[in-house]
Design a protein around this ligand. Structure first.
Ligand code: ATP
Length: 387
């Protein structure tokens, strides 16, 4: 795709210049109920100008409802929504500086690509000549000019996706809301489309709020990843932070490659804690922020699969003897699955380039460093820590 000539700061003539530090979106403790069911519960979020934000979480956790509140398709029962610093909580969708792209693209079947793409400008009652010029520019920019006279039924999935994106972006919104935008595409197309969308987002400076339940999408695209569970935000931060320092047992188990342990604090050392679990006692660093749990407190912690090894175990303070049940080879990584005595599985990753050392059926001693574990906070809904 060529550069989409777009400067989000170039607003209508006479409009005041935006402060560079202004937030594109702010959610202030929004709540949305359907009857007695709470679909979104006290969600607060700040999206900086031009950020790529991914709302990630299991089915039914409230991602789409949150997005629909931002779009103005749902009205929150409580809380506030600000777009570009302006309160829009009760404003209709067309009075918000946003565009939305749905998973099924919601293209109009009877309209040609050119008409489809210009539809937003028609609704804004822009002059005909301006619409034609702008549509041509955007069709070229999205490399779909040759499809101008075609109708959606004759387009491939990837082409339909570009048309939907061009239609959403032609009105130059401040924020583009995308609900599982590549979920309908073939697996082979997804990586290319993801890269294109990321580059497009960076070039245009439009904030993207992208809903997905696919963590690969969220971690490879997002500047900010917001993990939701049971209508609330469990953790938000850059991908590295969510991956390396899961804040709760839910986040740790939802994110691939973590081993979660539940237990209680039995000893407090200068920089660490001893935690007694059903499969042994382990040393875990004290939390980097917040209070240290008291003796006897129920806690959980996680250790990433690549930080556990069968090598140099005698030097490690944390050790565990387990039986290997399966080995999966993914090319870059070889994943070993072990049966833990508490019925859970333990995952251990080894670089795929290394020779295989452990085979299914083998019982091995594994170890990890004292600083490898991450202690969790209790989940916002009180779940996630159990003995
Ligand atoms: P998915 O990934 O499956 O799309 P999600 O995280 O986007 O899930 P939402 O669509 O936001 O979840 O739904 C959150 C909860 O609210 C679900 O339990 C859903 O059934 C419920 N819900 C959503 N819309 C309505 C509605 N109009 N009426 C009643 N319940 C609703």
């Amino acid at each position: 795709m060529d550069t989409l000539a777009y400067d989000p700061d170039a607003r209508e003539p006479g409009a005041p210049a935006r402060a560079k530090s202004q937030l594109d979106l702010e959610l202030r403790s929004i709540r949305k109920c359907y009857g007695s069911f709470t679909a979104v519960d006290g969600v607060s979020l700040q999206v900086e100008k031009g950020q790529f934000v991914c709302l990630l979480g299991p089915s039914g956790c409230g991602k789409t409802t949150t997005l629909r509140c931002v779009a103005g398709l749902e009205e929150p029962d409580d809380g506030g929504i600000l777009i570009g610093g302006k309160e829009v909580t009760r404003d209709p969708p067309w009075q918000r500086d946003i565009a939305m792209m749905f998973q099924d693209f919601a293209l109009f079947p009877h309209m040609t690509v050119a008409r489809q793409v210009g539809f937003g400008l028609e609704m804004l009652k822009k002059p005909r000549a301006e619409i034609v010029q702008r549509v041509n520019q955007v069709l070229t920019s999205f490399e779909i000019a040759s499809l101008a006279d075609r109708k959606p039924a004759s387009l491939s999935g990837g082409q339909r996706q570009r048309v939907a994106l061009a239609r959403a972006m032609i009105t130059e919104p401040r924020i583009l809301l995308l609900d599982e935008p590549i979920g309908a595409l073939d697996y082979s197309l997804r990586e290319t489309v993801m890269l294109e969308l990321k580059l497009l987002q960076q070039r245009t400076g439009i904030s993207f709020i992208w809903v997905t339940h696919d963590q690969n999408e969220a971690f490879s695209l997002g500047d900010l990843v917001v993990v939701m569970n049971h209508a609330r935000i469990e953790q938000q931060g850059p991908p590295e932070e969510i991956l390396q320092r899961p804040a709760t047992a839910f986040v740790a188990s939802f994110v691939q490659g973590n081993n979660v342990f539940h237990g209680k604090v039995t000893e407090i050392l200068a920089g660490a804690l001893w935690v007694e679990t059903p499969v042994g006692a382990f040393v875990v660093p004290r939390p980097m922020t917040g209070p240290t749990p008291a003796l006897g407190t129920a806690v959980s912690f996680s250790v990433r699969a690549e930080l556990i090894s069968d090598l140099g175990v005698e030097r490690q303070v944390n050790r565990l003897s387990v039986r290997c049940t399966a080995v999966e080879y993914f090319g870059s990584v070889r994943r070993h699955v072990f049966a833990r005595a508490d019925g859970e599985v333990l995952k251990v990753d080894q670089f795929g380039a290394q020779a295989a050392r452990i085979v299914p059926g083998q019982t091995v001693q594994l170890g990890w460093a004292a600083d490898a574990g991450v202690l969790h906070a209790v989940s916002p809904d009180g779940q996630g820590t159990r003995l």
